[in-house]
Ligand binder design. Sequence first.
Ligand code: SAM
Length: 202
Amino acid sequence: MSPASETLLVLCAVSAAAGVLRARIPDKPRAPVEGQRGKDAVWVPTPPALVEKMLDMARVTATDYVIDLGSGDGRTVIAAAMRGARALGVEYDPALVEVSRRDAARAGVADLAKFVQGDLYEADVTGATVLLLFLQPENLRMLSAKLMALKPGTRIVTNRFEIEGAEPDEIGRIGGDSPSCCTAVLYVVPAAAFHAGVRAAE
Ligand SMILES: C[S@@+](CC[C@H](N)C(=O)[O-])C[C@H]1O[C@@H](n2cnc3c(N)ncnc32)[C@H](O)[C@@H]1O
């Protein structure tokens, strides 16, 4: 075989190997499908207008550290970062985490909006000043002890579902007819003395 044919053969082999690799490693994350199954809750995104309403109700500013447990495609975390807040999304589905990181970079807030792949029940939320939750009632029930142990003054905003046994500080509504809008519920974690007072009064 001539040196020219040998070179051509090597180039063909390299190109074929690159083709196989390209086929195995997708160059963009798998697009999520609304209603797709998640570990403990399905993925249904909060509509953008309700995301803004939730951030308004929590009065999110650049001084906040915002956490979304079950952060989906990262939209709430990115929106909080757009207001200058540090924000963290905890999401079990690695493809959604990938979408979130890509969108945070596209929005220019990758330095403020971080995402971890993990289980929301195991996440450390003690440093949060704001928690955003769009989860099912049973998820909220399982989280409630952890939520009420947060620092007094921490704002928790849920999309649609209420936290059993807790009294909302505000209920906000926007117009719309999708099931994932149009109600947000704000809770401000009370001081420990409040809990003690309630227990004493019982
Ligand atoms: C209703 S979606 C809310 C998405 C996002 N927070 C929003 O408001 O647009 C719930 C999300 O929780 C995620 N999820 C379910 N179980 C989880 C778990 N155990 N740990 C982390 N994420 C979980 C799902 O994959 C899904 O993305």
